[in-house]
Design a protein around this ligand. Structure first.
Ligand code: FAD
Length: 322
């Protein structure tokens, strides 16, 4: 049984992502009695982020601040976190299965010569052993895994393991670590972000996703309005992205984002297996499609057979009344 678990925190625009708190909760599930040590990298003051990790359950936090950690690079973050790992010798490491987590953790696992369970959606404890559930074959099946040797190294899918309740009365030590981050062959000169408004798709609790049935960029406007009313984000099928109705950053599926919101409303999406791979774990799925035979209805909890151009405005009106 592990007695010290490292949780690698992840921030965006100076704020920790929710999955960091979910990773702390996952670490507690893996070993309720173990010490949870948060680690957070960056180039600015990381103290408030460290405190937040403590409020959400970390026992202490190590911050690594360096100019070369302003933007994520696998080399920079890899060096910083490997230094912490070597000093702390944790029995377990937990991180979110995000774009950064997917890039960083295999590199760390290979340097540590240990295994990695990626994309866990559930953690159970059976006879003192943590059992990890993860989707396979694009979400068509689930496998359960235990770790029999090496350290417990796992990434967790965002929005699946609920974070612990924030407790501002918790306290813990925050130490800053000086790391010499050199020999970086990749230098990020500039980051040009696609303009994105509102809720972050990968962490949204409500997603309104449009498909080729939406027919145009203009057709997406009511979806944004519905997302606004419900406090959610807009996503899309690859069909809609390929047709240039929206940006590829909205694509959900096997080659897009994997999302697990509380509510997923699929609008004019047929339900191809590659799309289902990115959303079928959503808690409640509502499908709006004019074709009653559309495959999306096979995974939907609620289906509305009808023309989306009639149904979506009706939903906006009804939800506005609530
Ligand atoms: P369509 O299949 O064309 O469906 C449109 C739907 O809209 C239909 O069901 C139709 O009945 C309905 N409709 C039309 N008009 C209306 C209306 N007025 N009202 C209501 N309903 C209407 N796809 C992804 O989404 N994500 C991925 O990550 C992805 N990765 C892929 C990877 C590979 C290697 C491959 C080969 C494919 C991938 N695809 C992916 C593509 C996928 O196979 C489908 O082609 C795509 O999902 C179809 O998008 P769609 O459902 O929007 O379009």
């Amino acid at each position: 049984m592990s007695d010290k678990l490292l949780v690698i925190g992840e921030a965006r625009d100076g704020s920790l992502r929710n999955v960091t708190f979910e990773a702390i909760s996952a670490a507690k599930k893996i070993n309720a009695d173990g010490e949870i040590v948060g680690v957070i990298c960056g180039s600015d003051d990381l103290n408030s982020q460290a405190q937040e990790m403590i409020y959400y359950g970390a026992d202490r936090v190590i911050t690594v601040k360096h100019d070369n950690l302003e933007t994520y690079t696998s080399e920079g973050y890899g060096q910083a976190i490997m230094t912490v790992i070597n000093e702390e010798s944790p029995n377990g490491i937990v991180m979110g299965h995000t774009a950064v987590g997917k890039d960083l953790t295999p590199k760390l696992a290979s340097k540590l010569d240990t295994g990695l369970i990626s994309d866990a959606t559930e953690i159970d404890v059976d006879g003192g052993n943590a059992v990890f559930t993860r989707p396979i074959y694009s979400g068509k099946a689930f496998e359960k895994k235990i770790i029999t040797s090496g350290i417990t190294f796992v990434t967790i899918r965002p929005n699946n393991v609920p974070a612990l309740e924030r407790d501002d009365s918790r306290s813990g030590e925050v130490t800053s670590k000086d790391v010499d981050i050199t020999d970086i062959r990749t230098v990020i000169k500039e980051v040009i972000r696609k303009a994105s408004e509102g809720v972050d798709l990968s962490e949204a609790n409500v997603i309104i996703a449009g498909g080729r049935g939406v027919k145009s960029e203009e057709g997406f406007k009511p979806l944004y309005e519905l997302a606004d009313v419900l406090g959610g984000a807009v996503g899309a099928s690859r069909g809609a992205c390929d047709a240039e109705y929206c940006d590829y950053s909205l694509q959900i599926g096997q080659t897009g984002k994997v999302v697990t919101p509380d509510l997923y409303i699929a609008v004019g999406i047929s339900g191809a297996i590659q799309h289902l791979a990115g959303m079928s774990n959503s808690k409640v799925i509502v499908a709006i499609n004019k074709d009653p035979e559309a495959n999306i209805f096979n995974v939907a909890d609620y289906g509305i057979v009808g023309d989306l151009f009639d149904v979506v405005p009706m939903l906006i009106e009804e939800f506005k009344k609530l």
